[in-house]
Design a protein around this ligand. Structure first.
Ligand code: ATR
Length: 273
């Protein structure tokens, strides 16, 4: 079997080996996929060794996505703009190539799995870190009409507006300054849920037709998902589907075969409980 792995720190709770094993079984591809804990400072050496020893492809997660971006000699346009690489592989002539499948994964989960169209959508993006940076280009490519980026530190949101403003209609503000009017789509890309917190945006940003999406997920609903439901959102989704979809897109890049995701999302969901 061809060898693949995910590199990160921490890595113990990674669901990627489980997901890729399901893809391999489903497609009949001879893929072996493991999770590897990489010490801080050892990423570049470990990546070089992995490929030198015949490894075919890597996923990269926290905190190494920028290291991977720097290492990649060739980057997809999505990766270039995202400033982060989560998928590495070698071209036929041995060039290290980097891609970023997070944005495509989120768009696929919204549009294909949940019927939430981004075409013409007014989007409220909460957060301005790496997670949000990775999805802005794919959102605009999918036809989002406007993206308001709200963040605790407004300067970080403004930085993203400066980086992506040429691609579409973007603006930056603080949480409490978001215009209290219903958005079509709200994405929580902050890590506030990890502290059990909620970005303090006005309740009126959620209307009866609003779709709310938290990039985080867990066995229990996240604080953002609980809030969105309380506000009467039309649809409330957590980030498990995005996780599986970005994996599927990596698998497609490596193997040229796109796995079916719905069954895998359901399986991983059952195993969360
Ligand atoms: P990631 O890769 O997950 O995006 P990151 O780049 O560290 O991680 O970004 C974390 C994001 O969550 C940032 O937008 C951060 O806000 P700041 O730019 O002000 O730091 C946001 N964040 C983290 N904790 C938060 C909290 N408790 N409330 C609101 N926003 C929070």
């Amino acid at each position: 079997a061809d060898r693949y792995a995910v590199f990160g720190n921490p890595i113990k709770h990674s669901k990627s080996p489980r997901i890729h094993a399901a893809f391999a079984e489903q497609t009949g591809e001879a893929v072996e996929y493991s999770a590897q804990l990489v010490e801080l400072g050892a990423f570049e050496n470990d990546v070089a060794r992995f490929f030198a020893e015949g490894g075919k492809g890597l996923n990269v997660t926290v905190p190494f996505k920028q290291n991977a971006w720097n290492m990649a000699a060739q980057r997809s346009s999505a990766a270039e703009r995202a400033g982060a690489v989560n998928t590495l592989y070698q071209s036929a002539d041995g060039v290290l190539c980097g891609d970023n499948t997070d944005g495509v994964g989120l768009v696929a989960d919204l549009q294909d799995n949940n019927g939430v169209s981004l075409k013409g959508a007014r989007v409220l993006m909460l957060g301005a870190g790496g997670a949000v940076r990775g999805v802005l280009e794919p959102f605009l490519a999918a036809g989002a009409a406007e993206i308001v980026i709200a963040n605790r530190t407004v300067a970080n949101a403004q930085e993203l507006v400066d980086l992506f403003g040429d691609l579409g209609h973007l603006s930056a503000c603080g949480f409490s300054d978001v215009e209290p009017r219903a958005f079509d789509v709200i994405i929580n890309g902050t890590s506030a849920s990890l502290q059990g917190e909620l970005p303090p945006v006005p309740d009126a940003v959620v209307g009866p037709d609003t779709a709310c999406y938290d990039m985080m997920y867990g066995a229990e609903p996240t604080p953002f998902c609980i809030w969105a439901k309380q506000q009467g959102a039309a649809i409330v989704i957590d980030g498990l589907g995005m996780l599986v979809e970005q994996a599927a897109e990596s698998f497609r890049i490596w193997r040229g075969v796109k796995p079916e995701t719905r069954g895998v999302i359901a399986e991983v969901r059952r195993e969360l409980a």
